[in-house]
Design a protein around this ligand. Structure first.
Ligand SMILES: [Zn+2]
Length: 253
């Protein structure tokens, strides 16, 4: 049984939906999964839950600012807090996580699962007692995940392999970085794999029809998607083309 509370990061936006979740795993070693963005109300709500105890640990799923930029504010509020993350050259002040490592968090023991794809430094945290997975940006209950091209730290091939690795754990529940709790993570992974295969077919159909510029492909494949999401879709198509080993014209952007 894990003592788990979602402390909303209070950063709603186009790409963050209602805003990020940060998960307080309470117990002997109060631990926050993901840092949020340092919003004062986020810190105040966290402090209310801690009721005078210090925050012991922050586990960061990856370096994207909506998950990691709140670290300095958390450190300012709780100076003794330890912050762990997958190693990256630009974050030397954080303690490095390793694949398969076990981390004491709350009253639980979490296993670190390196899951590159959405970001090269992305990790999930597996809680075997509840068969629960802190899945960061690997999946959400209601949206697909943006997988950027290699120039922005992404890899669609890695992302698909990471999804399969998570599914093989046979999780019963997943606590994501955005949106509601996922009650059937294995089913969700299966849906994602079908979705990615469908997108791949659509992009190949564009290429077959002679649509070979990135913006043209996005306009055809994402015709039903709101335009403010097209820049993210563009990155996802770029990642897909990298996976297919195809080069296209990049247009003006
Ligand atoms: Zn992210």
């Amino acid at each position: 049984m894990v003592l788990l509370t979602n402390i909303p990061a209070r950063n709603p936006g186009t790409l963050t939906g209602p805003g990020n979740n940060t998960w307080l795993l309470d117990g002997a070693r109060p631990t926050l999964i993901d840092a949020g963005v340092g919003h004062p109300e986020h810190l105040d709500e966290l402090a209310r839950h801690l009721a005078g105890r210090p925050l012991a640990l922050v586990l960061v799923t990856h370096a994207h600012p909506d998950h990691a930029s709140g670290v300095p504010a958390l450190r300012q509020r709780w100076p003794s807090v330890a912050v762990h993350k997958w190693p990256a050259a630009d974050a030397p002040h954080l303690e490095p996580l390793h694949d398969g490592e076990q981390v004491s968090a709350g009253d639980a023991l979490l296993k670190v699962i390196h899951t590159p794809g959405h970001a090269v430094d992305h990790v999930c945290f597996w809680e075997p007692q509840s068969r629960g997975l802190f899945c960061g940006d690997m999946m959400t209950a209601t949206t697909t995940i943006m997988v950027p091209p290699a120039a922005r730290g992404g890899s669609l091939s890695d992302y698909l392999a990471s999804l399969k690795r998570l599914s093989a754990l046979d999780p019963e529940v997943a606590w994501p970085g955005h949106g509601p709790v996922i009650g059937d993570p294995v089913g969700r992974v299966a849906e994602y794999l079908v979705h990615r295969a469908e997108r791949e077919r659509q992009v190949l159909a564009c290429l077959d029809q002679g649509v070979t510029d990135l913006d043209g492909i996005v306009a055809m494949v994402y015709a039903d998607t709101p335009r403010d999401l097209w820049p993210a879709a563009r990155l996802t198509v770029e990642a897909l083309l990298e996976r297919l080993g195809r080069n296209v014209k990049r247009g003006s952007q």
